[in-house]
Write a protein that binds this ligand. Sequence first.
Ligand code: FES
Length: 67
Amino acid sequence: MVLDPEGPVLVEGPVEIVLEDGSTVFSDRFMVALCTCRRSRRYPLCDTSHRGKKRSGGSAPGKAGEE
Ligand code: FES
């Protein structure tokens, strides 16, 4: 299992996921991305919607002092 604090949890498949309501979702992929942000339209499977939640507003490291 791989934990990414800003993305999905990656687990080796195949997996059967039991949801709060008792329903189940099965994936036979060799690696399954489980959504932790709850933005996925395919919840509990990650659909990469977590990527749209932020943008880096910082600037790239400069080369100050170079001429
Ligand atoms: S973690 Fe990827 S959509 Fe939620």
